[in-house]
Design a binder for this molecule. Structure first.
Ligand code: NI
Length: 184
């Protein structure tokens, strides 16, 4: 089932996602719905807060990037925790399904070590780099209540202010379903 994607301005995007256990209600169904929702919207990653659930869960599939430098990654991340980040910081133009039509360069470390559970609640400690690390860092932030626009300069954010307000009022034209913050 395709779920509506929460738009910028909704408080759920600012919550820290709670860790969950294997008994979390309808977890497999939620993961399945998140994949369907992400692919429908042509996303490369999706975090649970973006479908209205303030929990520490995100998915990512980097196969849409034609970057042959790094192997493709398709994974479910539950209760993820970045143990360490290292390597040169590099800029990449990020976007977000909750913040349509805005793309900005964000600088992040090239490598990270992540501890997480997969969809079967098997524990992993794994290193990621390149585009896989980038998508993980972006989605991980979602589960911490953080958005990529938080990283841009004060000046740029001022310039984007009206666009962001427009998104929060449902003014962004997208070909996927969005949930607009209530009371707007
Ligand atoms: Ni995002």
């Amino acid at each position: 089932m395709i779920l509506p994607i929460v738009a910028y301005g909704d408080p759920v995007l600012r919550k820290v996602g709670a860790n969950i256990d294997a008994n979390y209600k309808d977890l497999q169904k939620l993961i399945e719905n998140m994949w369907e929702t992400m692919y429908h919207a042509h996303g490369v990653g999706l975090a649970a807060p973006q479908v209205g659930k303030a929990i520490n869960l995100f998915i990512a599939d980097t196969s849409a990037f034609d970057d042959e430098t790094y192997p493709e990654m398709k994974k479910v991340f539950i209760n993820a925790e970045i143990i360490e980040e290292w390597g040169d910081k590099w800029e990449y133009e990020e976007g977000c399904l909750s913040i349509p039509h805005i793309r900005e360069n964000v600088s992040r470390h090239s490598n990270l070590l992540l501890r997480y559970h997969d969809e079967n609640f098997t524990l992993h400690e794994e290193e990621f780099s390149g585009i896989a690390a980038r998508v993980i860092q972006h989605e991980y932030d979602h589960c911490k209540g953080k958005l990529f626009v938080d990283y841009i300069s004060e000046l740029k954010r001022r310039l984007l202010k009206n666009k962001l307000i427009n998104i929060s009022k449902g003014g962004a034209r997208v070909d996927y379903k969005m949930r607009i913050p209530s009371g707007r």
